[in-house]
Design a binder for this molecule. Structure first.
Ligand code: EZ4
Ligand code: CO
Length: 402
């Protein structure tokens, strides 16, 4: 069996997505997500110009060997563009293998470890009251876990807090918009949100919060401590993890569980975080961390150190990534939670999929493969539109913490 074609499909049904379709000489094909928010075309070129030519004529069944060939063979290792490109190939190959086996992928990965995948949704509002009424909506929809974000009083806009609710999209402009940030105002206001949320809703639901890398280690330590009475499921991306040692300092001061990893592209980005038990949840995703093959290695390492997974799942991860993530989540022992932001109707139509939400859990049907497809004709109706994530500045105009 041979790979005879690799097609890149770029579409923007509300936001940009890049998809790789690998076609075999036997007619079976597989798809993989290759979306890297704000740097989409770099991955398109990496795949089209440098990877697809190396794949033509190769046996699509040799998933591990193809992975090693692309990772080691390039000489240049790691980095988000490379690892997203490898991830797309890897997803497409697993899709092909599971279709050949006539099984949903999670069966090939060892079968179900659980009945469904607990997901968390995003409740965000400009004020505490607005956030609380969003929490109420998510509870009404059956969610067991909810991420709470709220505007910082005195700040005009806050990253992670948007006007659109169910389909929140952070890449909001052709050039980066600029947000102002005040650590002092944030540290003062956030605990009040959780105090009110616990008073109103009690302790039956998991509450999460994303700091979006905006603090220094000692500030993060203080925040974790001040949130302890509200028993968060996790505090996410408290600091940038370029320096993995930063988490040691946070860990010394607080028992609020810590999650990080949505921007990591390799096991080496989190090796110390995991082996020194500095975090509780690792958030690497299938699309940005080298695909299912590499993510399974990260999860296996994490399992040895009581670290559970909590894969990134914002709207810039296409339904192809979501389907791949769910197959992974169902089949590993140390799954924790899966982020789930709903895609727009237009996106769901471009990517028909077999997963569905019920009572706080996502589940997959027994459709063979990843359980997701792409409607190329429909995709062609939505041309690429440049869109970037915002940047943050402190009130004096500088960019420092992040
Ligand atoms: O900033 O997906 O946990 N979710 C997040 C997201 C990310 C975007 C970046 O592409 O932090 O909002
Ligand atoms: Co995040």
């Amino acid at each position: 069996m041979k790979i005879i074609e690799g097609k890149l499909i770029v579409t923007c049904p509300g936001r940009n997505f890049v998809t790789l379709k690998l076609i075999t000489d036997e007619g079976v094909y597989g798809i993989g997500d290759a979306t890297l928010n704000g740097r989409e075309k770099a991955v398109v070129s990496y795949l089209e110009d440098h990877v697809v030519p190396c794949l033509i004529g190769r046996d699509p069944q040799q998933i591990e060997d193809v992975w090693q060939y692309l990772y080691r063979g390039a000489y240049w290792r790691r980095g988000p563009v490379t690892m997203t490109a490898i991830a797309a190939v890897d997803m497409a190959l697993w899709d092909i293998k599971a279709k050949l086996a006539n099984m949903p992928l999670y069966q090939l990965l060892g079968g179900r470890c659980r009945d469904g995948v607990m997901v968390y949704g995003h409740a965000n509002g400009e004020t505490v009251e607005e956030t609380l009424s969003e929490v109420e909506k998510y509870i009404g929809l059956g969610y067991k876990a909810i991420r709470l974000q709220t505007g910082v009083p005195g700040m005009k806009s806050t990253y992670g807090v948007s006007k659109d609710k169910m389909y929140y999209e952070p890449a909001d402009n052709e050039l980066p918009t600029e947000n102002l940030w005040s650590t002092e105002k944030y540290l003062d206001s956030l605990p009040k949100l959780f105090e009110k949320a616990r008073t109103k809703f009690g302790f039956d639901h998991h509450f999460l919060h994303d700091v979006h890398h905006r603090l220094t280690p000692i500030e993060a330590a203080r925040l974790g401590k001040s949130l302890e009475p509200y028993r968060l499921f996790w505090m996410e991306d408290a600091v940038v993890a370029d320096n993995q040692e930063s988490f040691r300092l946070i860990r010394q001061h607080t028992v609020t569980p810590l999650a990080v990893g949505e921007i990591f592209s390799s096991i080496h980005d989190c090796r110390n975080l995991i082996t020194e038990q500095l975090i509780d949840y690792i958030r690497c995703t299938v699309v940005h961390a080298g695909g299912i093959t590499h993510l399974r290695k990260i999860a296996a390492l994490a399992d040895l150190y009581n670290v559970r997974t909590g894969c990134h799942g914002a709207t810039d991860l296409s339904p192809v990534s979501m389907a791949a993530a769910l197959n992974f989540d169902l089949s590993i022992p140390n799954f924790g939670v899966q982020e789930y932001m709903r895609h727009t109707k237009e996106t769901d139509e471009v990517f028909p999929h077999s997963y569905s939400f019920k009572n706080g859990y996502l589940n997959l049907s027994d459709r063979p493969g990843l359980g997701v497809d792409i409607d190329e004709k429909l995709a062609a109706k939505y041309p690429y539109k440049r869109a970037y994530l915002p940047v943050n500045r402190l009130e004096d105009g500088s960019m420092y913490n992040w």
